[in-house]
Design a protein around this ligand. Structure first.
Ligand SMILES: Nc1ncnc2c1ncn2[C@@H]1O[C@H](COP(=O)(O)OP(=O)(O)OP(=O)(O)O)[C@@H](O)[C@H]1O
Ligand SMILES: [Mg+2]
Length: 266
């Protein structure tokens, strides 16, 4: 397996408050890692350490085998799409300009290439081309989130960090966005780290799920393993609802041919 991100003995504190300590994690290329845990447990902090927005107090973060302390952070971020918590678009820019922001930086004079990138990503996330000239406040919350996702993908990054990207949308839009993201993931082979508060979403989308509590990793495993072999009481409680709604006896959980795990009716 091919490691793309590695945290090695990370510590981060704010004043007296230690957020994470002895944090070790290795992420293989092409994984879709969903991250779930109690509010304030350090999920956003971990994500921001990957693109250098937050520096650890101790330990090393490696991206593509390189200690990011020694890397040019601007160059690093070009390869790492980031969709931040609470979809923040540039309010004074149209949809087109928002999505084109990074491609414009990269392609500079090649306007046709940028335009093609914008059109491609609008289509992939399911946004009508009519919306190109609109401003963020002329869009619904779900549409804004789609623009945010298109923007984070438009530079064709190898790694995509998504911090609760579907937080503020209704259930129908959420399911559509989940399906679109899964398609993007399958088509591009990108490595995704996706923070969510929703355990069904974490189990549905992730090839691996990282469960955190109080800055500690509770479990990092495939969804089926989480359901069958919860490593701690915290994980057991987290997945309890999913195990119940499944309705299948435990020995069938691994063998469900439809979704592998949860929320299905047979
Ligand atoms: N700049 C800062 N100064 C002081 N404390 C901070 C700072 N940034 C974050 N924290 C604290 O660090 C802890 C972890 O924050 P983080 O944003 O990583 O949590 P989270 O797991 O993403 O939570 P949520 O699910 O609510 O988004 C929290 O207790 C938060 O209050
Ligand atoms: Mg957060």
């Amino acid at each position: 397996m091919n490691t793309v991100i590695e945290f090695k003995d990370i510590k981060k504190a704010y004043g007296q408050q230690t957020i994470v300590e002895h944090f070790n994690l290795t992420i293989e290329r092409g994984q879709f890692v969903t991250i779930i845990g109690s509010s304030g447990c350090g999920k956003t902090t971990i994500l921001k350490m990957i693109n250098g927005l937050i520096a650890p107090d101790e330990g090393t973060v490696y991206v593509e085998g390189k200690d990011i302390k020694n890397e040019d952070l601007i160059a690093l971020r070009r390869n790492i799409g980031y969709s931040i918590q609470g979809s923040v678009l540039f309010p004074h820019m149209t949809v087109e300009k928002n999505i084109a922001y990074v491609p414009e930086l990269l392609n500079k004079d090649d306007k046709a290439r940028t335009r093609a990138a914008v059109e491609k990503w609008m289509k992939i996330v399911g946004l009508d081309p009519q919306m190109l000239k609109r401003f963020p406040d002329e869009l619904s919350g779900g549409q804004q989130q789609r623009v945010g996702i298109a923007r984070s993908l438009a530079a064709s990054p190898d790694i995509l960090l998504m911090d609760e990207p579907f937080g503020a949308v209704d259930e129908i839009t959420r399911v559509q966005l989940q399906e679109e993201l899964r398609k993007i993931y399958e088509q591009t082979g990108i490595t995704i780290l996706f923070v969510t508060h929703d355990i069904s979403e974490a189990l549905k989308l992730g090839t691996k799920v990282l469960v955190m509590d109080k800055g500690q990793i509770q479990q990092f495993a495939e969804p089926t393993a989480l359901l069958r072999y919860p490593a701690t009481d915290f994980v057991r409680q987290l997945v309890a609802k999913e195990r119940r709604t499944c309705g299948l006896p435990e020995e069938k959980l691994l063998t469900c041919e439809y979704c592998g795990v949860m929320n299905h009716e047979h």
